[in-house]
Design a protein around this ligand. Sequence first.
Ligand code: ADP
Ligand code: SF4
Ligand code: MG
Length: 343
Amino acid sequence: MSALLEIQDLEVHFPVGGGWFSGPRAVVHAVDGVDLSVEPGEIVAVVGESGCGKTTLARSVLGLNQPTAGTIRFRGKDVRGARSAQEMRAYRRAIQMIFQDPFDSLNPRKTVLQTLAQPLRIHGIVPRSEIRAEVVRLLNLVGLSPGESYLGRYPHQFSGGQRQRICIARAIALRPSLIVADEAVSALDISIRAQILALLQKLRTDLGLSYLFITHDLGVVRSFCERVVVMYLGHVVEEGPTEQIFERPRHPYTTALLEACPLADPIVARRRTSAPLTGDIPSPVRPPKACRFHTRCPMAEEICGTVAPPIVDCGNGQKSRCHFAGDLDRWPKFDFSSAKASA
Ligand SMILES: Nc1ncnc2c1ncn2[C@@H]1O[C@H](COP(=O)(O)OP(=O)(O)O)[C@@H](O)[C@H]1O
Ligand code: SF4
Ligand SMILES: [Mg+2]
């Protein structure tokens, strides 16, 4: 089975500062050589601290940021190679995004009917005479039912969870194959978050969707995603099946993220084994040489500051960018079953 989305060696750099004649003073290495794939029907999480490049990666997939280098293939086709307007339209339809703040991403002057009718009309998803019925169908699908009763309402007349349901309805209106969700449930109360995740899960089954799910919440990752990609300062430092990454991480940064989860969280609770991560993420303008994590890594040795670590295949789909990934004795084994019981 070929990947739905395949990103290879993606670089997104932003020139900053400088003037008209002097050129940029510095370059932000927001995404720096990222490989990532999403299979049909898969839910892949992208995790990492704020500023590590998650949103830039997502925006590049949607064509909102121009890559500096690398390729993005969708259903085997290079997205940047899409020549005809028709090809670009098909691609724009096939990948949709859900943002963190549903209030910001909805036009306050438009009713729900106007908001959801617009993409249907522009892309000609249904005949004009059927647009209203299609909007009602979409609203029912996302749990705003009966759909008719919501058509004339404005965004401010909805709760946060309901607004996110409208954004989800707008995202699925174009019948996409992949949804990129950037911190889509992060701003919601915990009970509403669970409802929205259940809705996304149901839509995935009913509509055959895949998700690229960007979040900093590891509890959500564990309950919702099948594979995890861990980013640090523009690099992917570890990836693998969720259970494996949570139980036997093979990168000190992943270990530190897991350690940073509050023990009260019933999903990610576990025994603590080492000190949590300290200090801020370094500037992406001048990322540390060799291993980018060496300035904060509790396991760092001399080689880490001089030689860039290779990507080590740890088996069963798990990969780590650490010199010591293959040294099994170094890695803690998190015991979720006992920790869950103690949470
Ligand atoms: N348009 C831009 N111009 C300059 N720097 C940017 C731009 N967009 C993002 N960045 C920088 O790129 C880095 C990664 O940002 P972002 O992708 O938003 O990270 P995340 O979503 O993981 O918090 C940050 O240092 C951010 O300031
Ligand atoms: S290569 Fe060295 S600094 Fe980098 S993560 Fe591994 S141990 Fe830490
Ligand atoms: Mg972000």
